[in-house]
Design a protein around this ligand. Structure first.
Ligand code: SF4
Ligand SMILES: [Zn+2]
Length: 316
């Protein structure tokens, strides 16, 4: 692992950014319904609402989620209004993801005053899934769990583990140690809250092979702590500093074949569900002839959690 010539301070991460996208505090910046394998082995529809809200206070090296955020806390009532906007336009679903490009339990992102209205909108769903940073996992999570439970709705929390590599994790500026992560997961799982984790595939400073190995080690680390599911995210450029690292030879996005290897080996662990994030996955392919069938296979494996024969392509 070579030393980077780029100083990875928070200031440099922020200065390198391109412009934010224009957003509207009354409208989620995206929303969709897609099927997902559940913890008890079914495939059910999940509605995901990507909430427009104040930017996450952590400034991770690889993050581009700030692009669809605001600089100020959104007004009280905006978040429930955004949920209504999405749910009125989406087909019905069994589960609800409220993803806010940051941390649901950051009161500057999701005003606590809105919790009763959010819980009201969660009624009828089996589970609500939110994202949160390990350092923000405390009693507020239990309070929200209890409010949902009054209506028979389960709470699940998604936590970014990112990468357990001892030299890479500190350089991601996640401001989290593995102990922080382990403590948070133990606290939540002990409180009956299901946890899923995000794991990065090939963050900066790792070769293609190291990227695969360390993603799998991170998945194992998460399962050892009793998370129920790991979602592997291929790292992309696009936030400014990642382009600088790419130009310096310190970052390259993973190949589709690495995504395939991680899903195959992750499912074979048989420790819990392993998903790979297929958003815009075509960009990681090296062969145009087989990309669609490769991505379709990964999508089926995400849903079935079972191995499929690999794609045989005459062109690659
Ligand atoms: S904690 Fe998550 S949302 Fe916040 S900067 Fe890091 S990756 Fe982005
Ligand atoms: Zn091919």
């Amino acid at each position: 692992m070579a030393d980077t010539p780029i100083e990875l301070t928070e200031r440099n991460i922020v200065t390198a950014r391109p412009d934010r996208n224009p957003v509207d505090v009354n409208t989620p910046y995206s929303f969709l319904v897609e099927p997902e394998r559940t913890h008890d082995g079914r495939v059910e529809d999940v509605a995901t609402v990507f909430l427009t809200n104040r930017e996450c206070p952590f400034k991770c090296l690889m993050c581009d989620l700030w692009r669809n955020t605001t600089e100020q806390t959104v007004p009280i009532g905006a978040i429930p209004q955004q949920i209504d906007f999405a749910l009125q336009r989406l087909p019905s679903a069994r589960h609800l993801k409220l993803y806010n490009s940051g941390n649901f339990f950051d009161a500057k992102a999701i005003p606590r005053e809105d919790w009763p209205a959010i819980v009201e909108r969660a009624r009828g769903f089996q589970a609500v899934i939110v994202e949160n940073h390990p350092k923000l996992c405390g009693d507020a999570c239990l309070d929200f769990r209890d409010r949902l439970a009054e209506h028979g709705v389960e709470l699940e929390i998604a936590i970014g583990l990112e990468m357990i590599h001892p030299e890479v994790l500190p350089r991601l500026n996640k401001q989290m140690t593995l102990d922080d992560y382990s403590r948070a997961v133990e606290f939540l799982v002990g409180a009956g809250i299901r946890v899923r984790s995000f794991v990065l595939l090939r963050p900066p400073f790792l070769s293609e092979e190291e990227g695969v190995e360390w993603a799998l080690r991170s998945v194992e680390f998460a399962f050892d702590r009793r998370v129920s599911c790991c979602a592997v995210i291929p790292v992309r450029a696009g936030n400014g500093i990642m382009e600088q690292l790419a130009a310096a030879g310190q970052f390259a996005p993973p190949k589709l074949s690495s995504l395939e290897a991680v899903l195959e080996r992750g499912i074979a662990m048989n420790r819990g569900r392993v998903f790979v994030d297929l958003w815009d996955a075509q960009q990681f392919a090296t062969c145009r002839s087989c990309v669609d069938s490769r991505v379709a296979r990964l999508n089926r494996m995400n849903l079935n959690q079972s191995m499929e024969l690999s794609i045989d392509c005459p062109d690659c």
